[in-house]
Design a protein around this ligand. Structure first.
Ligand code: FE
Length: 156
């Protein structure tokens, strides 16, 4: 119990420290002790969603998936990306031109790993999804590069 609280505090500090000018600043709607997430998620999902990990390219469940449906957050179930906006980026990660609903995700500056990138999180649970880059093919020019482990496809 004491350990869970410490993890939570560390996470909160981490969030505050990383909150850059692009941060939306809103706290997630779904807050859970880290031990709760660890129990609910698979080790791969936990590493990505709660520890900002990145799955190796070309290994995830969805990078080469062409099925129709809605991709939901693997942690909280929120609808995040439609297969209608998915495209083959050649990167080995599921890639989308835009979120299903703009408000479903939050964007914030991520200066880790000696790069400045824009991190994409699920607004509802705060789970890390991936990053967005300004080199996408659609009219908006965005490429949402998302980890398969953060997603769950609801096929239609
Ligand atoms: Fe979520």
């Amino acid at each position: 119990m004491r350990r869970a609280r410490r993890d939570e505090n560390m996470l909160r500090r981490h969030r505050d420290k990383d909150a850059g000018p692009e941060s939306s600043g809103s706290a997630p709607e779904v807050e859970k002790p880290e031990d709760g997430w660890r129990e609910e998620l698979t080790p791969e999902q936990y590493a990505v969603l709660r520890q900002c990990g990145t799955e190796p390219a070309f290994t995830g469940e969805y990078w080469d998936c062409h099925d129709d449906g809605m991709y939901h957050c693997a942690a909280c179930g929120t609808a995040l990306f439609s297969s209608d906006t998915k495209f083959d980026s050649g990167t080995g990660w599921p890639s989308f031109t835009e979120p299903a609903v703009a408000e479903a995700v939050t964007l914030q500056k991520d200066a880790s790993h000696f790069m400045v990138r824009t991190e994409v999180r699920c607004r509802r649970c705060g789970g890390h999804l991936g990053h967005v880059f300004p080199d996408g093919p659609g009219p908006g020019g965005q490429r949402y590069c998302i980890n398969s482990a953060a997603l769950k496809l609801d096929r239609r």
